[in-house]
Design a protein around this ligand. Structure first.
Ligand code: PA5
Length: 442
């Protein structure tokens, strides 16, 4: 197998999938010709090709940070950090931080936890660290707060001039406080193009710089994404287009079978944050106008011992999309033990992955029997090329799926509500009226 593959198995009948052929064609046409809702946010569509001229520069910046820093802090929230974390965690050693591999990549600005920030500041004390500060709007509170704290610390530790070399900002070309600050301070910057939304930005400098800083091959990632871009294109016949079929299948499950929740399932803990990225992509893109499949995720077999009961036996509003990895990157053979006190000699000589694969197969069959339709995405292995394919596959399917659902997949009006309340409660200038109103409710 040279590419990732999607199969809907017995989850949906072939005729039900084909019933969406026309709607998929229309959605593809809207994406390609920019005639649908949110058409000013389609810059991600051709990004695997468009980003190529920037790759050498991104790599050079990453090489500088890798040479100079023991720790690199990626500051960002939502689409400004989830993609990088997803790829880095999927493709680097799970225990790299304990092995003391340099540079360590850590994250900030994805929460406002005071203890988290205290512990991060303590970790960075007297360490040579760099900062990648990512915010498209340049005004998001969480990353702005973290950036001020860590920039101050870096300047105290290194001096203002030396700190400049170790700070990179990724933001809008002109707008926002982060752009103003970066220009005034003379930091190295990359632009997030206007037509690329946060959750579709992993293949832009937003994702690529941190991923390159982790020592991963961003060219191979983009190669994979570009291959998938071709495969999911408008000229590919419906039956051969994995993004089209996935979008059709999940809409059929939602609309005809009443399945309101999609569980993205993995059997490899390294994929945990691919699911976190996917949840944002689909949740923010489809969850609006009172509609949308709720995207959730589980890590198996871990969560079979916590959520397994509900999935097997609880309310039947679920379907699962399983990410299956054909061949692990390493081999762990299971040893024979003469005493066999643990009774596990029936596994002797087998690979651990053989046990995992049987758990995967057994779980799929059990859940199908329990009324949870299962679909599968198969990756030949975990590497940059196939993860690049997976990212683009999910993005393209998300655009198609959102248009089939009849929503604008590229806006996120719902995320403003909490911000307005928070600013009012914190007495931010300009929020005086909201402040009085919200305080009257307390
Ligand atoms: O997908 C999105 O647009 C959001 O999740 C944003 O990425 C997130 O809110 C962060 O925004 P910004 O990059 O402007 O700080």
């Amino acid at each position: 197998m040279n590419n990732i593959q999607f199969s809907y198995g017995t989850a949906v009948a072939a005729e039900a999938i084909h019933a969406y052929k026309q709607q998929v064609a229309q959605a593809q046409e809207q994406l390609v010709n920019g005639t649908g809702l949110g058409n000013d946010f389609l810059g991600w569509m051709n990004l695997p090709a468009d980003i190529r001229p920037q790759l050498d520069d991104i790599q050079a910046t990453a090489d500088l940070l890798r040479t100079e820093c023991e720790v690199i802090v990626c500051i960002g929230i939502g689409g400004s950090y989830l993609g990088a974390k997803a790829v880095i965690d999927a493709l680097t050693n799970s225990f790299a931080w304990l092995e003391g591999e340099k540079p360590a990549i850590v994250y900030a600005g994805q929460n406002i936890g005071e203890d988290y920030l205290y512990e991060l500041q303590a970790l960075l004390k007297n360490k040579k660290f760099g900062i990648i500060s990512i915010s498209k709007s340049g005004t998001t509170t969480e990353p702005a707060l973290a950036f001020r704290l860590l920039k101050t610390q870096l300047e105290e530790q290194q001096g203002k001039e030396a700190a400049k070399r170790l700070i990179v900002c990724i933001t809008d070309a002109k707008r926002g406080a982060l752009r103003t600050l970066a220009t005034q301070e003379g930091y190295k910057t990359y632009v997030i193009e206007d037509n690329i939304g946060g959750r579709f930005s992993v293949l832009s400098p937003v994702g690529l710089l941190p991923i390159a800083c982790a020592g991963l091959d961003i060219k191979a990632l983009i190669d994979g994404a570009e291959q998938m871009m071709q495969q999911c294109g408008i000229t590919t016949p419906f039956e051969e287009n994995p993004a089209a079929i996935y979008a059709a299948a999940r809409n059929s499950l939602y609309q005809e079978q009443g399945k309101k929740v999609e569980l993205l399932v993995n059997f490899h803990p390294k994929l945990h944050n691919i699911s976190e990225w996917w949840k944002q992509l689909y949740g923010e893109s489809e969850g609006k106008d009172g509609k949308g499949i709720f995207p959730a995720s589980v890590d198996f077999t871990t969560d079979l011992h916590s959520m397994g009961q509900y999935i097997q036996d609880g309310e039947r509003h679920l379907f699962e999309t399983v990410i299956s990895v054909l061949e692990p990157n390493h081999t762990v053979p299971f040893p024979h033990d003469d005493a066999n006190l643990d009774g596990l000699n029936f596994l002797a000589g087998k690979r651990v992955d053989e046990v995992n694969k049987m758990a995967e197969l057994g779980t799929m069959l059990a859940h199908i029997d329990g009324g949870v339709p299962n679909m599968k995405i198969t990756l030949p292995k975990l590497n940059e090329y196939y993860i690049g394919q997976l990212l683009y596959f999910f993005e393209r399917a998300c655009g198609i799926s959102g248009y089939i659902l009849g929503v604008n997949p590229f806006n996120q009006p719902g995320v403003e509500a909490y911000k307005k309340n928070m600013f009012a409660l914190l007495d931010k200038p300009g929020y005086e009226a909201e402040s009085a109103a919200i305080k009257a409710r307390l």
